[in-house]
Design a protein around this ligand. Structure first.
Ligand code: NDP
Length: 487
């Protein structure tokens, strides 16, 4: 065989490989018309053209673009409506705004996407079925939705230490949110655990309140950016301890009194007396509810196509911290949310679901739309005298919700709390207490974190939850008090 023939042969081989790769790409790139067939929507109700899971910057920007494209958009706001940005104060790197508060970014984005038709519901998707189309979404409040596209923007949850005392004193000195809880630590000594930008930020958020703030870093250096580390030096009440690991959170049964520290450089164990522990040790992507329905990276983030926001399932997209281990910035999440919103609209067009089709479904009232419940007026008390009369002397079991206006999660829990108060009228009494107006009650019941829910029966405090509850959880909580009543 001469060299010319060899070259001709290998040339043909390359051409064949190229053609077969084109054929593969074309077949792969095309939507499977049997699975994604709009005929399947015949007779179906509760249809959501673009379902968005999560209401941080990624979810809200996706909602804006989906809504502007003229499609029905439903946002399941999740357990932390507005996402982690609602727990920050000043943001200096939101493009186009020299300074803006985190909650205001969310408020503006929500208003903007609602203006374009996005429909919000205070509910959380707890199970999905992506094996067939339309995709099935099952929510905590018992809704079952038929989604034509899904955008997963569920963010990431703060990481915990996993040491003794951490859970026991959760909400009684241990927290992950300085912006939420700093005012409770006026004149106290506290620690912030972690060496990243969040730890630096939390320490600075605590500075106007706490007397002494010690940042505990397990290595001999901080991972935080230079600008943040330089800024820390401007605060005389903030100091940094290196090479220390927290081994235990200690308390006196009511609240935190100290942390047991191990110095990994000189092998010494000490106890530091403090009354607040602020965790800032990173986050874990919120993918548990997917139950392997999407491919994840080795670190547990949702795996994306390299050029778009598409996941391993066609028609399901993702944006924000749940699929971004690298940037984790509100601005980046917003951009990716926009891309995901556009990807969803491209997909709908591709499968032949257009404005005309949607108009027809709307006319037949087969699109899902959440209608806000009218808010029921919940009794509010602020003084110990009212507390005694309406809570301790009540003949019914009582659930007391401690909230504050500056706490976004508390404010988001008030509408479901009101709805449950209405449902249980005459069986369980639901009462709210404004933490800023009720110092005596807060002190008497050691409430150091909001939202906090305390249950009372026959004048006794019988249960305590320091977390945001969904409507379903509130109903279960109220029902559990009635069950005990019958027994
Ligand atoms: P990071 O992952 O950056 O930092 C986590 C820190 O916690 C690290 O110092 C890590 O230590 C430490 N840590 C982890 N596990 C433990 C443990 N079990 N015990 C003790 N320490 C532990 O998370 P952040 O939340 O700080 O930041 C996330 C992203 O958000 C970053 O990209 C950051 O830049 C950004 N961000 C930006 C802000 C801003 O610009 N204003 C504000 C806040 C966050 P080690 O270093 O040893 O691994």
């Amino acid at each position: 065989m001469n060299i010319k023939n060899i070259m001709l042969g290998s040339g043909l081989l390359v051409l064949m490989l190229f053609l077969s790769s084109c054929m593969l790409t074309n077949t792969d790139g095309k939507v499977n018309t049997a699975k994604y067939n709009v005929e399947k929507l015949k007779d179906l109700h509760n249809i959501v053209p673009i379902a968005i899971l999560g209401s941080g910057p990624a979810g809200l920007c996706a909602a804006l673009y989906g809504g502007r494209a003229g499609f029905g958009v439903v946002v399941a706001e999740g357990t932390l409506p507005g996402g982690l940005l609602t727990q920050t104060t000043l943001v200096e790197n939101w493009p186009g705004q020299v300074e803006i508060n985190g909650p205001d970014i969310i408020k503006n984005l929500k208003e903007q996407s609602a203006k374009w038709g996005a429909n919000f519901m205070l509910d959380t998707v707890e199970r999905v079925d992506f094996s067939d189309w339309p995709f099935k979404l099952f929510t905590q409040d018992g809704r079952e939705l038929n989604a034509l596209t899904v955008i997963v923007a569920t963010g990431a949850t703060p990481r915990y230490l996993g040491v003794p005392g951490e859970q026991e004193y959760w909400g009684r000195g241990v927290t992950t949110c300085a912006i939420c809880d700093a005012p409770f630590y006026k004149g106290e000594d506290v620690v912030v655990i972690g060496g990243g930008d969040s730890a630096a930020e939390e320490a600075m958020q605590l500075a106007p309140y706490a007397k002494k703030i010690t940042i505990l870093v397990r290595k001999d250096h901080m991972r935080a950016s230079k600008v943040m580390q330089d800024r820390l030096k401007e605060y005389k009440q903030i100091s940094v301890l290196y090479n220390v690991e927290v081994k235990e959170v200690q308390g006196d049964d009511a609240q935190v009194t100290g942390v047991k520290l191990y110095n990994n450089k000189d092998d010494a164990t000490t106890v530091m007396p403090i009354s607040g522990v602020f965790l800032a040790i990173g986050h874990i992507p919120n993918t548990g509810f997917l139950n392997n329905a999407l491919t994840l990276t080795k670190d547990g983030y949702i795996q994306l196509d390299s050029r778009t926001q598409e996941t391993s399932v066609k028609g399901v997209f993702s944006a924000g911290d749940v699929s971004d281990a690298r940037y984790r910035q509100a601005g980046v999440s917003s951009g990716h949310g926009i891309a995901a919103g556009l990807d969803a609209t491209f997909f709908l067009n591709e499968i032949g679901y257009n404005e005309g089709f949607e108009h027809g479904l709307r006319g037949e009232q087969r699109l899902f739309r959440h209608v806000q419940e009218d808010e029921y007026k919940v009794t509010e008390i602020n003084s110990l005298a009212e507390f005694e009369a309406l809570v301790l002397e009540s003949e019914l079991p009582v659930i007391v919700d401690f909230y504050a206006e500056w706490c976004p999660t508390c404010m988001h829990m008030l509408p479901p709390f009101a709805a449950v108060a209405q449902d249980f009228e005459g069986r369980v009494q639901l009462i709210k207490v404004d933490a800023d107006q009720a110092d005596e009650i807060m002190k008497k019941y050691h409430v150091q974190k909001v939202p906090a829910l305390l249950a009372f029966k026959d004048g006794q405090n019988i249960a305590r939850f320091v977390k945001t509850m969904t409507k379903t959880e509130l109903v279960e909580f109220a029902e559990s008090l009635l069950v005990e009543e019958k027994e």
